[in-house]
Design a protein around this ligand. Structure first.
Ligand SMILES: C[S@@+](CC[C@H](N)C(=O)[O-])C[C@H]1O[C@@H](n2cnc3c(N)ncnc32)[C@H](O)[C@@H]1O
Length: 287
């Protein structure tokens, strides 16, 4: 039977893996670390080998879970307990931030794993929000590694900094406050080229940011992770910005996401894999 190429098209979006009868269950899933990266563990036993002939191996995907460091744990608590709507009404934030914009354990685990397996030293995060994913990635970069994060909202940038300052890895983070395009045109040529880039800001900008990155800002084997979750990180619609804050409205960004994905498919030199709310672009292996 032909073996399906897991990177050809989309993975099913599953959060739970149903293990067919006959597969051994693993009592301690935390022992399933790949060894490539000791702090990434896999919550499901998708590495299990069938013990009955003829039982097909399940085709599924389960995100690595990042065990949170103390500081990341504190950040998560702070993100959860903050009244983001009130901060927006008080004009402290530019956006009506939602706590679930901030990277959860699966997202952090995925980004940490990609950083580790790609050997990334220079990482760029476009759309930092509360800085949880930023610190998670910094934690796995080697000495001398650097995460450059870009955030349009000064309140969020400051929110993150108070926590980063308490982490031994905070010194690896360089934060830029301003728009993604300002950064890409200004500081990025000096900070890059980047081994791994996370595009996780406004959805309308996805394709534009990617095009700009391709102009010499990506290392030869760079991985680009694009957040494709509708509604996340969207700015308010124009009229709301001018005076009617209580009427927060933003579009889902779905059209821009779909347009960007179509563009990515025309890129000859990259392969794509979509799962867990992201699309990962990585260099096609040489034929
Ligand atoms: C979904 S959140 C980022 C989440 C973060 N990457 C994480 O994993 O925790 C999107 C962020 O992008 C920021 N943003 C939106 N448009 C932007 C732009 N044009 N330039 C820079 N940041 C932007 C928003 O303020 C928001 O904090």
């Amino acid at each position: 039977m032909a073996c399906p190429n897991p990177f050809n098209g989309s993975f099913p979006r599953v959060s739970h893996v149903t293990v067919p009868k006959g597969y051994p269950r693993v009592a301690h899933p935390q022992n399933l670390s790949t060894g490539a990266f000791p702090t990434a563990t896999f919550s499901q036993n998708f590495l299990a080998v069938p013990n009955k002939p003829g039982v097909p191996k399940p085709v599924s995907w389960s995100p690595p879970q990042a065990p949170s460091s103390d500081v990341i744990g504190e950040m998560r608590e702070a993100v959860k307990s903050t009244d983001w709507w009130q901060l927006y009404l008080d004009k402290k934030t530019k956006f009506r931030v939602a706590a679930d914009w901030s990277a959860d354990s699966s997202r952090c685990g995925l980004l940490q794993t990609l950083c580790a397996v790609s050997g990334a030293r220079r990482v760029l995060e476009i759309g930092q929000c509360c800085g949880v994913a930023t610190l998670a990635m910094a934690e796995v970069l080697p000495e001398g590694g650097q995460v450059c994060s870009v955030e349009i909202d000064p309140f969020l940038a400051d929110f993150a900094k108070q926590f980063w300052a308490r982490s031994p890895h905070g010194g690896k983070i360089h934060s830029f406050i301003g728009t993604a395009m300002e950064y890409l045109k200004g500081n990025a040529p000096h900070d890059g080229p980047f081994d791994l880039v996370v595009i996780d800001a406004d959805k309308d900008g996805i394709w534009e940011y990617y095009c700009k990155l391709k102009q010499g800002l990506l290392a030869p084997k760079a991985i680009v992770v694009v957040d494709t979750t509708p509604h996340k990180g969207q700015p308010p619609d124009r009229y709301v910005r001018f005076g009617a804050e209580h009427k927060w409205e933003s579009n889902s960004g779905q059209e821009a996401i779909e347009a960007a994905l179509k563009h990515f498919q025309t890129e000859d030199s990259v392969s794509m894999a979509s799962f867990g709310g992201v699309t990962v672009l990585y260099p096609k292996p040489a034929a």
